[in-house]
Design a protein around this ligand. Structure first.
Ligand SMILES: Nc1ncnc2c1ncn2[C@@H]1O[C@H](COP(=O)(O)OP(=O)(O)OP(=O)(O)O)[C@@H](O)[C@H]1O
Length: 239
């Protein structure tokens, strides 16, 4: 069973069609990136696939769950890093991660939390209120919260934004081994160099429509980089 299947998935905000008839499949153990210019519909896609936005029409099945019928069930089954979200201002880092562990039925809170605190070098910050963290540290906490219950599928919307190069490097290594061990990644990013290093396949959205989808090796002509592919396909659409 694929990890993600959508059929004619469409999302309108009033009269604006932000996502039109999206049909994609992402296999288990695959690393898929969704690319597109600003406003193309990437966050909307992730919002619909994670049960945060109700589709206007079409269907989306994630880990065997119909997202429109069971939006809460999807959130339990996956890890989500939304594009812009902060941890709660009134909890410390450790309290927040502990709360997430309780909600997600993690059996050994302390060791799971310790693992991510060490991974992101949050030791000095674990008892600090989230409101008093730097932007990048808040992002580390949000990513930790998405990973702490060891989900089999990750939805990552610009997860590298605000992270320093050392942390970005560690995250890339982690995601590579996560996929090697059978995890599935659905990534939206404007950092094409990271997408190129991490992903097997890419979909390119333009104005809510999927204008290309395939293995990176198939999308590239001769010696093109992913950036060249992106520029060529988007410019063809603009013409
Ligand atoms: N809540 C909303 N209400 C109305 N329009 C919205 C809403 N959210 C997004 N949109 C519109 O839907 C379109 C797609 O937005 P979306 O945020 O999905 O794009 P994106 O590809 O993630 O963009 P970016 O790369 O800038 O983050 C845009 O035209 C945006 O203005």
């Amino acid at each position: 069973m694929p990890a993600i299947v959508t059929q004619n998935l469409t999302k309108q905000y009033g009269k604006l069609e932000a996502l039109s008839d999206l049909c994609i499949e992402v296999a288990e153990g695959e690393s898929f990136c969704l690319l597109g210019p600003n406003g193309a519909g990437k966050s909307t896609t992730i919002g619909v696939l994670t049960g945060s936005l109700e589709p206007t029409s079409g269907t989306a099945n994630v880990m065997g769950i119909d997202v429109a019928k069971d939006p809460i069930g999807v959130k339990k089954a996956v890890g989500i890093v939304p594009e812009s979200e902060y941890p709660p201002s009134f909890l410390t880092v450790r309290e927040y991660l502990d709360l997430v562990c309780s909600i997600r039925n993690v059996s050994d809170h302390a060791s799971r939390i310790d693992h991510w605190i060490e991974f992101f070098d949050l030791g000095q910050k674990q008892d600090v209120l989230c409101k008093d963290l730097s932007k990048g540290t808040k992002k580390k906490v949000i990513v930790s919260a998405a990973l702490v219950h060891e989900p089999k599928l990750l939805f990552l919307d610009e997860p590298f934004l605000d992270l320093d190069p050392i942390v970005q490097h560690a995250m890339k290594d982690y995601l590579r081994s996560y996929v090697k061990e059978g995890g599935t990644v659905f990534l939206s990013t404007h950092i094409l160099e990271i997408a190129e290093k991490l992903c097997d396949r890419a979909g390119i959205l333009y104005d809510g429509r999927l204008i290309a989808c395939g293995k990176l090796s198939e999308l590239k002509k001769s010696r093109e980089s992913l950036e060249d592919v992106f520029m060529r396909l988007v410019q063809e659409e603009c013409a």
